[in-house]
Design a protein around this ligand. Structure first.
Ligand code: DQA
Length: 151
């Protein structure tokens, strides 16, 4: 069976997951999330490329590389969600399915978190499901990429 490749991209401050505002983001670390994604990837026949950067240009460069190497993108752009036209443009440019994930329910938080530049270019948005949101996104991505979960 051939594997589709999914880039799972994480924006600024998500490297601090587990210690950063645990009441909002939970106790799991980013390594825990990567492990969750890899386990889901094995089940769904998706090859997972899991990355995090605090730098907008780095996220954009990885998205550009994904034009040729990757079949779909799951992205938690973190604070860049609310500020970055550049990341939204890069997601549009690569012409791959995009699923936006937020660990917290951004709509229950400050007003500045209610707007996302990424949502307009995403196939789907998963918010407020904790780190399980990444797994839900990968399940949806597998469907979008027409890959059936191995049983
Ligand atoms: C976040 C929500 C953003 O508003 C925030 O800036 C983050 C994390 C989330 O996963 O809930 O850094 O994307």
């Amino acid at each position: 069976m051939s594997f589709a490749s999914v880039l799972v991209l994480n924006g600024p401050n998500l490297n601090l997951l587990g210690t950063r505002e645990p009441a909002i983001y939970g106790a799991e670390t980013l390594d825990d999330v990567a492990a969750l994604c890899r386990t889901a990837g094995e089940r769904l026949n998706l090859s997972i490329d899991f990355r995090q950067s605090n730098a907008e240009h780095q996220l954009i460069d990885w998205l550009h590389a994904a034009r040729t190497d990757i079949d779909g993108v799951v992205i938690n752009p973190a604070a860049y969600t609310h500020t970055s036209v550049a990341i939204a443009d890069a997601l549009t440019a690569i012409e791959k399915p995009v699923i936006e994930v937020h660990i917290s329910n951004v709509h229950r938080r400050e007003a500045f978190r209610h707007h996302s530049y990424v949502s307009a270019v995403a196939e789907a948005i998963i918010v407020g499901c904790g780190t399980q949101g990444y797994v839900l996104a990968l399940e949806r991505m597998a469907t979008l990429l027409d890959r059936k979960a191995a049983r």
